[in-house]
Write a protein that binds this ligand. Sequence first.
Ligand code: ADP
Ligand code: ASP
Ligand code: MG
Length: 411
Amino acid sequence: MALIVQKYGGTSVGSPERIQNVARRVAKYHQQGHRVVVVVSAMSGETNRLVALTQALSESPDPRETDVVLATGEQVTIGLLSIALQELGVPARSYTGWQVPIRTDSAFTKARILSIEPERMLADLAEGKVVVVAGFQGVDPAGNITTLGRGGSDTTAVALAAALQADECQIYTDVDGVYTTDPRIVPEARRLERITFEEMLEMASLGSKVLQIRSVEFAGKYKVKLRVLSSFEEEGEGTLITVEEETNMEQPIISGIAFQRDEAKVTLLGVPDKPGVAYQILGPVADANIDVDMIVQNVGHDGATDFSFTVAKNDLKRVLEILERVKNDLGARQVVGDKSVCKVSLVGVGMRSHPGVAAKMFRTLAEEGINIQMISTSEIKISVVIDEKYLELAVRALHKAFGLDRPEADV
Ligand code: ADP
Ligand code: ASP
Ligand code: MG
């Protein structure tokens, strides 16, 4: 009999009825003789509500106290699910992150899991109990409550699966697998039977929130068998995240399209074209702990050039403040911020062996009259920054142009 870790996201535990549904599914596995550890998120909307409460009291709430507040959402659902399981006659026991314990570093609101002690859970499982663990939270070396960043319950589940050497980690959500792109934007999007870890990592880091990026990193590193499935459907294989070597069939060139609305573009106009400028601009940004995504430096004219980069939308204000200072030191002409941009990315391991993907992407966007503001490529992805108002048009046009709406065999 197998040891399975199942994770249920916010929508899947969004009401007492849905929690009962989850309990029934867990009970089915338990009755089949499997050992089951369940990870749950907060009820849908709850974490947003808690974030808003902290922000109602402070413009920059203390991170330690923020985590004390945010971690409460998951504490509610572990208790409720355990009660629902007990009602079905299934012995169940809930644990918060610090009770397990799931040890993390002290980076409040974005902590990383350092280690997990599986003994307590293994003892419960040996007694025939279902173990219900709060996602998204842990405890730091000083005993403080920490949280793992939005979407962090996925990472809790995969980390538990690694620590328990589980046979499989099943991520149950409100879609029945990983799709060629977000099905909310493109109704023709298709479920992928499998996707490689590498591609899933790119999809997650480029904006597909179906799995938190760290959960994919963890699964790849510790060889956890990871599957995304629907919590609303009885049957279905979902999507298996695989190692590339395991897939011996012909890979499609493009596996998926990811997009990110959370981008803002900053441009410094009239920057002197001389060595050290990029460092002078980006050094202070890095010192402020702000992540920079794409960077473009234009060809210089008459000893001056323009320098652009993108950051997360909610970092824009701080970046503009920093760059006003840099502008004066550098003697640049002007700083411009633009919040109305987004990033659209094509992802696929097949790109390695197929030239011409970028050209086809640019042609497709040109035919729709969409201007490309920035481009960045790596071995298995191409990203462009475009005006946010064209996001849906761009994703739909690319989805069609690359044949993602057709069954895999035809591509
Ligand atoms: P949960 O609350 O279960 O963790 P999330 O909202 O975090 O669920 O993730 C599931 C959502 O991810 C889906 O409802 C879907 O809109 C979105 N999504 C984005 N990109 C994709 C994709 N490529 N495949 C499937 N879902 C995607
Ligand atoms: N409840 C947390 C969030 O909304 C964690 C999760 O759902 O994975 O980000
Ligand atoms: Mg999620």
